[in-house]
Design a protein around this ligand. Structure first.
Ligand SMILES: C[S@@+](CC[C@H](N)C(=O)[O-])C[C@H]1O[C@@H](n2cnc3c(N)ncnc32)[C@H](O)[C@@H]1O
Length: 253
């Protein structure tokens, strides 16, 4: 694909597979095409590694986290279950949201905590966060999570550990039953196929990715639908595509 941005004529031209299409530069279509490239180029250069929350590295795209914050503000879940802690940035972010919402806590699962992470989370979030060390794809870990959830509590789940299809499929199988009606299960980094051919991507991501697990899961779980929460405020285009996981927000009915 070849993209030409003509700022003098205010036209965006896309050529590929023997066809050429032109869009007004200031149209939602042109924005969509350019922003998809922006997402891929920014991922490759590590934009997502440059943020922090309460001093801990936070491996996310800012838009994604503000969209999640909006969802959690609206739903006010009692529990946010997270897989994949890394440096603790997302864990502390979710804990901060819980503290703003009122009662609420985070249960975070990590295969192997990096030195200092548990201490930093405890120091900054106290008992708002429960940390569990274990494999987020195992039924034993899911049981441990379940023991920390009280009957009737409203639960959302965010999966951000190993993004391979097999791992995400197992996480979905064991952790999706915890999601409450009307709440969400969000699967991170499902744009991996778009990143597979970048210098820092991996070719296996073309077929082995979280989105494949989500597709298979949805085919046999009618209680979930793929549903992006409607933003509270809108602009002249759909900006929800500015995301590392635009298509893997699942709502439980
Ligand atoms: C993408 S990072 C998480 C980033 C973090 N959520 C954030 O936003 O800053 C993935 C984390 O998942 C952890 N992980 C990988 N495989 C895992 C598994 N099987 N069970 C639990 N955690 C795992 C890794 O050790 C790593 O810390």
């Amino acid at each position: 694909m070849r993209i030409i941005i003509d700022t003098e004529q205010s036209v965006l031209e896309v050529a590929g597979s023997g066809t050429t299409a032109q869009y007004p530069l200031f149209s939602p279509e042109a924005f969509g095409i350019v922003s998809r490239q922006w997402i891929v180029l920014g991922w490759n250069l590590g934009h997502w590694q440059t943020l922090s929350w309460m001093g801990r590295q936070f491996l996310q795209l800012p838009d994604d986290m503000l969209r999640l914050a909006e969802l959690f503000w609206t739903l006010r879940p009692d529990v946010i279950v997270e897989t994949g802690v890394y440096d603790g940035g997302s864990t502390l972010f979710f804990a901060s949201l819980c503290r703003l919402h009122g009662p609420g806590r985070v249960i975070s699962i990590e295969r192997e905590f990096r030195p200092g992470v548990q201490e930093a989370v405890r120091q900054n979030a106290g008992d708002t966060v429960i940390l569990i060390e274990g494999d987020s794809a195992s039924p034993e870990t899911a049981l441990q999570v379940q023991r920390n959830i009280h009957p009737g509590e409203r639960v959302c789940v965010f999966l951000d550990s190993d993004h391979s299809a097999q791992h995400v499929a197992a996480e979905l199988s064991h952790l999706s039953p915890l999601v409450s009606e009307g709440c969400y299960l969000v699967v991170a980094d499902s744009i991996c196929p778009d990143l597979a051919r970048t210098p820092n991507g991996e070719s296996a991501w073309s077929w082995d990715h979280a989105g494949a697990a989500v597709n298979a899961f949805l085919a046999s779980h009618p209680e979930f639908t793929r549903e992006r929460p409607t933003p509270l405020f809108s602009g002249l285009a759909d900006f929800t595509e500015l995301s590392y996981f635009p298509g893997t927000w699942l709502r439980r009915h």
